[in-house]
Write a protein that binds this ligand. Structure first.
Ligand code: AHG
Ligand code: MN
Ligand code: MN
Ligand code: MN
Length: 334
């Protein structure tokens, strides 16, 4: 078997990509790896421990918080607070951002926005879920983190990544120099490089739309959903619908096999459902670094100037030519 390269070895090898970094980013990425391994342990035995089901309260999203949402949120917050590289966090499960007051962290160089558990609706039915994160340099000069540190455009991300807790557990991340995927080897408890330099196929036959919302899609999106079903062997149609309702899992599959993911504006979610800071921006960074496109349907996701922590935007991302076809129909019919 070829030489195994662990996540930590890979991170250290790549440290020279950041000549001015003195190792904080490397340590931060390793901390995320450790926290995700702890969460992975709980997910793998979720049916046996009191970690399934609702936590009994609602988060700021208006969603019923799941026990695992809260468990994962706390694990990542503790990891970031104790690591010393992060001066504050913003997460789906916290109403406001959380500046770290402890001496070792209050002057940390970075802030992190994250979705501790993506795809919560799948926890109790044993379907893949994930974690999503973005890392930014702080803007405020000293003292506790400020709101401005979190309301940065996606183009300012220093790194972004996700963990997918699926048939295997993988950590996939980018620092702006390509995308690399690591698979957790439970035997040694290490993430090992398994998907070097991931590139999304430019074409594909998988589309990930929740067509339950078809009636409230824009005309252009309805036309696309009709077009994919037509018989046309020359374009590989009809395409196949693949929709897991865990953004991480849908996008991870589309990165590997080719595909297009879309969560547009709908009647129930007029700005789309997915959150800019800790779902759309990190996944957009990864998709673009893998050669794909990540847009709202009208503008590049990473160019949006955020105005609030939990703002939602429409998301259309994946294989370059497939997203291009959707944009063609949006431009023609909307
Ligand atoms: P979360 O569990 O972090 O709240 O995110 C769920 C999101 C995303 O993972 C997925 O793509 C989308 O919700 C699915 O929404 P629908 O069930 O409305 O299709
Ligand atoms: Mn999510
Ligand atoms: Mn979540
Ligand atoms: Mn949620």
């Amino acid at each position: 078997m070829s030489q195994v390269k662990t996540l930590n070895e890979f991170i250290l090898d790549k440290q020279h990509d950041f000549p001015f970094a003195s190792g904080e980013l490397s340590r931060l990425l390793s901390d995320i790896g450790v926290a995700s391994k702890i969460i992975n342990q709980e997910i793998n035995k979720a049916g046996l421990v009191n970690i399934l089901g609702a936590a009994g309260n609602e988060n700021i999203q208006g969603e019923e918080q799941q026990l695992l949402d809260v468990f994962a949120d706390n694990k990542f917050i503790n990891a970031f607070r104790s690591g010393g590289e992060v001066c504050g966090i913003a997460s789906e499960e916290n109403d406001d951002f959380l500046p770290f007051e402890n001496e070792s962290s209050r002057n940390g160089k970075y802030v992190v926005t994250f979705d501790p558990l993506d795809g919560s609706s799948n926890i109790d039915v044993n379907v893949s879920v994930g974690t999503i994160f973005s890392i930014y340099r702080r803007i405020s000069t000293e003292g506790p983190a400020q709101l401005e540190d979190f309301l940065q455009k996606g183009t300012e991300q220093v790194a972004a990544g996700y963990v997918i807790y699926g048939s295997s557990t993988m950590l996939v991340y980018t620092t702006g120099k390509g995308v690399n995927g690591f698979t957790l080897d439970p035997g040694i408890g290490e993430y090992c490089l398994s998907h070097p330099n991931m590139k999304a196929p430019e074409d594909g036959r998988l589309y990930s739309f929740n067509e339950g919302n078809y009636n409230t899609f824009s005309t252009g999106l309805q036309k696309y959903c009709d077009w994919v079903k037509e018989e046309d062997a020359s374009t590989g149609r009809p395409y196949s619908c693949r929709y897991i309702a865990s953004m991480v899992a849908d996008i991870h599959r589309n990165l590997i096999k080719g595909g297009v993911f879309c969560y547009p504006a709908t009647a129930g979610s007029p700005n789309g459902k997915l959150r800019l800071l800790y779902e759309c921006n990190p996944m957009a960074f990864i998709v673009e670094q893998a050669g794909g496109i990540a847009t709202t349907g009208h503008e590049r996701i990473m160019e949006i100037q955020p105005t609030e922590l939990h703002q939602r935007v429409p998301a259309l991302m994946g294989s370059k030519n497939m997203v291009g076809k959707v944009l063609e129909m949006i431009n023609q019919y909307d």
